[in-house]
Design a protein around this ligand. Structure first.
Ligand code: NI
Length: 260
């Protein structure tokens, strides 16, 4: 059985002491491919470098909504485009909106502007998009409807309602499922996972964050993807092998992981 962890941050300093062990545990658990996403220019460079060192690692480059300072002044879109020339860069992300930390309407307007600029970049580069949407479901959906034409991508760490998920699927976008599905208080997520068409589901850990049960609260790592996959199988009443097969196919199709 093979899995792809479609959203990770292995460039994070939390992995600086034992990355080789983390990677071998991933392989031993059947996680045969990992996509790391940048949140700043620096981390976008790091994930691209890391992808150059291991053939089973891939990268996404982008600026997270909490890291938008001096985006235009620094010529960030050109720098991201330069990084994206690397053939191991398979996406623009993670980009989007985060209203949990940003409460001011000026700050939120800046986030929107930078989100749209990076959607435009993805369109120019013909790359899929990985979206971060925290407590900004309405605006995210509205921007995707208005500015997402010709784009494909995923709402990573999906936390919206079952109704919003339907809208997302109508647009042809996927959802990423993470550790919170395994939490006792996971509320709407099992309902979303149960109702999702199988071609719309990606598995991801978001390591080092959001470790699934039974490692909740600890540092997350790609090997724990299996705990999320098992929960998806349980909620959807499917065999784990099936979940492995279709989520891998979905990752390959969205991110063109087989090249060509
Ligand atoms: Ni992330």
């Amino acid at each position: 059985m093979n899995f792809t962890d479609t959203h990770c941050h292995l460039e994070d300093e939390k992995f600086s002491d034992d990355l080789p062990d983390v990677l071998s545990r991933a392989k031993n658990s059947g996680v045969s491919r990992i996509i790391n996403f940048g949140s700043t220019l620096e981390s976008s460079e790091l994930v691209t470098e890391l992808a150059g060192k291991f053939d089973f690692l891939f990268a996404g480059v982008g600026i997270h909504p909490e890291e938008t300072e001096n985006f235009f002044e620094n010529g960030t879109p050109d720098k991201l485009a330069e990084l994206a020339k690397n053939k191991k860069v398979v996406a623009i992300g993670e980009i989007g909106l985060d209203y949990h930390w940003e409460k001011s309407s000026e700050g939120r307007e800046i986030q929107k502007k930078i989100f749209v600029a990076q959607l435009d970049l993805a369109r120019q580069l013909n790359l899929p998009v990985c979206i971060h949407d925290r407590e900004a479901h309405g605006d995210t959906l509205e921007i995707l409807k208005r500015e997402g034409k010709g784009l494909r991508g995923v709402l990573h760490c999906y936390s919206g309602s079952p109704e919003m998920a339907k809208e997302i699927f109508k647009l042809g976008w996927l959802i990423g499922i993470d550790g919170p599905l395994t939490f006792k208080n996971s509320a709407k997520i099992p309902e979303v996972v149960k109702a999702a068409p199988r071609e719309m589901i990606l598995l991801e850990t978001d390591a080092p964050y959001l470790a699934p049960t039974p490692n909740r609260g600890k540092r997350n790592e790609p090997a724990y993807l299996i705990d999320i996959a098992k929960k998806v199988a349980e909620v959807r009443n499917e065999e784990l092998e099936e979940v492995a097969r279709y989520t891998t196919e979905n990752a390959e199709r969205l991110y063109n992981l087989n090249g060509g």
